[in-house]
Write a protein that binds this ligand. Structure first.
Ligand code: NAD
Ligand code: UDP
Ligand code: UDP
Length: 318
């Protein structure tokens, strides 16, 4: 017999997954974290192991998984370009086969299932800001395609399981998120700039730094996940979750230098292939559901910088 809500978090040992597991445990759930430790680590969640409501399973979601659960948060998938481009075939398999298996599990157990989709489904957008109705501008054969198209196909599967099998789905399109527990060496802009600033290394701006992103602090994002999961069954999404305040990459670099008091210089490097020029969520729908981010970039960066200061960056980047 079970009394607590049994929640499965795939990718639960990663950046967002760790925060989500912590939050679900604090809310009194029975949490099962499933992860193959490709980008996540056991050490990210060891502090949770003493909680009797937490368990962890090493498993790759591209293979079937039989558990009895009430809710699923499907986060398993490397999120940073250097990680998802490392083994692009596995990235697509994780999104597509992982979605099929988790949807099959949701169908059998009648569990509600949340999908961590992404702003990358909009590709390099011609519409700005991006509402959920925008169908995107995605290259199917470029270096980002394994991630973008994998996530797009996962959305297709979610909506077909909803229409065909009446699975209760919640699809979130997550925009750039940052905060403590980010991987120091995942090549993403916030982690790169902070580690470079703290080590006194040059800050690497790709292109001229005029491209924009909108950065959401992790606590706001997790609140968004829970808000969407708690909506009535007819709310399926997709729903954009992100902070609509837009910054150029150059502005971000200047902010990080200011907040760390670093003497790092800026250096300019070539722009990677398929790099979107601008990105900003239209969060009208999320607001209608009662969610909007509350943490300003400066405040979020201060907490993130504090976290990175606790790491032994010298040995990580040796
Ligand atoms: P992350 O890389 O830190 O976490 C992903 C986790 O999934 C890792 O623990 C990894 O080991 C695990 N994983 C990867 N492949 C797996 C597989 N086949 N089977 C089981 N586990 C697997 O990334 P994150 O930033 O925490 O992202 C979590 C989710 O949110 C991802 O689905 C990502 O696409 C999505 N997302 C994140 C962002 C962001 O800004 N962080 C933006 C958009 C979407
Ligand atoms: N699946 C799973 N766990 C379950 C139920 C299904 O991993 O508890 C997998 C199963 O291996 C299958 C996939 O989910 O490949 C899709 O399941 P579905 O029932 O939709 O398809 P079918 O089994 O009919 O092919
Ligand atoms: N970027 C940069 N310097 C870096 C890392 C990234 O200028 O050291 C740029 C990158 O080209 C992109 C933006 O910052 O325009 C965000 O990159 P990230 O990889 O964090 O996320 P995504 O491109 O997936 O939004």
């Amino acid at each position: 017999m079970h009394l607590l809500k049994r929640v499965l978090v795939t990718g639960g040992a990663g950046f967002l997954g760790t925060h989500l597991c912590e939050r679900l445990l604090a809310d009194g759930c029975d949490v099962i974290c499933v992860d193959n430790f490709f980008t996540g680590t056991k050490s990210n969640v060891t502090h949770l192991l003493s909680n009797p409501n937490f368990e962890i399973i090493r498993h790759d979601v591209t293979f079937p998984l039989y558990l009895e659960i009430d809710e699923i948060y499907n986060l398993a998938c490397p999120a940073s370009p250097i990680h998802y481009q490392h083994d692009p075939v596995q990235t697509t398999k994780t999104s597509v086969h992982g979605a099929i298996n988790m949807l099959g599990l949701a169908k059998r157990t009648r569990a509600k299932i949340f999908q961590a989709s992404t702003s990358e489904v909009y590709g390099d957008p011609e519409v700005h800001p991006q509402p959920e109705s925008y169908v995107g501008s995605v290259n199917p054969i470029g270096p980002r395609s394994c991630y973008d198209e994998g996530k797009r196909c996962a959305e297709t599967l979610f909506f077909d399981y909803y229409r065909q099998h009446k699975v209760n789905i919640k699809v979130a399109r997550i925009f750039n998120t940052y905060g403590p527990m980010m991987h120091p060496n995942d090549g993403r802009v916030v982690s790169n700039f902070i580690t470079q600033a703290l080590l006194g290394n040059p800050i690497t701006i790709y292109g001229d730094g005029s491209q924009t992103r909108s950065f959401c602090y992790v606590d706001d994002m997790i609140e968004g996940f829970l808000t969407l999961m708690d909506t009535p069954d007819e709310v399926t999404g997709p729903v954009n979750l992100g902070n609509p305040t837009e910054f150029s990459i150059l502005e971000l670099a200047e902010k990080v230098i200011e907040l760390t008091g670093s003497k790092s210089e800026l250096i300019f490097k070539p722009l990677p292939g398929d790099d979107p020029k601008q990105r900003k969520p239209d969060i009208t729908r999320a607001k209608e559901l009662g969610w909007e981010p509350t943490i300003q970039l400066e405040k979020g960066l201060v907490s993130t910088i504090e976290y990175f200061k606790t790491l032994d960056l010298e040995s990580i980047f040796k």
